[in-house]
Design a protein around this ligand. Structure first.
Ligand code: DC
Length: 227
């Protein structure tokens, strides 16, 4: 394998990107960057300050005054907001929505994309997000767009939430509506809307287990690297 390798994994909410990206990074022995965590941290700040994520002026002002840092502890990514570790605070449904909403702001994107590019500049990384192949790492060595049907993604989310006892009364239909709404915002925003890059390979995981998807992507990478 070459000295430095950048792998972009994009796709909609709940398609299994982070599970897949983490496993690939582990197998290849390189860093993993979950860019969604950065948008989540910004969304959390807006929620804490009571700022509407679609209020362009206030969000633009807020972001100028915000520091986001990524560190790794035992291989696990931690995200810091203005010097505070917020890793465990950013996985709620409220923050998911705020992250998606704040991601429509071009100034937020500019700041976070710059940070992501700086992190990838001098090391091998598997980066997961929405705009990695198109905007963050347009020259990535490998680009995958991991997707699955809305129903399948809602089914997986239901299982996760059920198992962690955090369904909070939501039904499968509620989750389908939540995921479809997030897709709509992510795919229809003006700034860097979610869509597969022309040179990305689309991996539909609707009928694949996470292990099968990882195996498929790893084989693609190794075939090219060793071939
Ligand atoms: O990957 P995730 O579910 O943690 O991302 C949360 C939201 O953050 C997602 O709905 C849209 C936004 N996001 C983005 O706009 N660009 C990225 N590269 C990653 C996430």
């Amino acid at each position: 394998m070459r000295n430095k390798i950048n792998i972009a994994i994009d796709g909609p909410a709940g398609a299994g990107k982070s599970t897949i990206a983490k496993a690939i990074a582990r197998e290849l022995g390189i860093a993993y960057l979950d860019t969604g965590a950065m948008y989540r941290a910004c969304g959390l700040k807006a929620l804490n300050l009571g700022i509407d994520c679609f209020d362009a002026e206030q969000i633009t002002q807020m972001i100028q005054d915000t520091s986001i840092d990524i560190t790794y502890e035992g291989g696990v990514q931690k995200v810091w907001l203005d010097g505070t570790d917020v890793t465990s605070l950013i996985r709620t449904q409220e923050v998911s929505k705020a992250a998606s909403d704040i991601g429509t702001n071009a100034n937020v994107r500019k700041k976070l994309v710059h940070l992501q590019q700086t992190i990838a500049a001098d090391k091998s990384v598997v980066m997961d997000g929405r705009d990695i192949a198109m905007y963050v790492l347009p020259n990535a060595d490998f680009k995958f767009y991991v997707t699955a049907s809305v129903e399948e993604r809602a089914k997986r989310r239901y299982k996760d939430l059920y198992e962690s006892n955090t369904l909070n009364g939501r039904s499968m239909d509620d989750l389908i509506v939540e995921i479809a709404a997030r897709d709509y915002v992510d795919m229809n925003r003006e700034a860097a809307p979610l869509r597969p890059a022309d040179d990305a390979e689309i991996v539909d995981t609707s009928c694949l287990t996470a292990d099968e998807a990882v195996e498929y992507i790893l084989t693609k990478i190794m075939d090219k690297e060793e071939g």
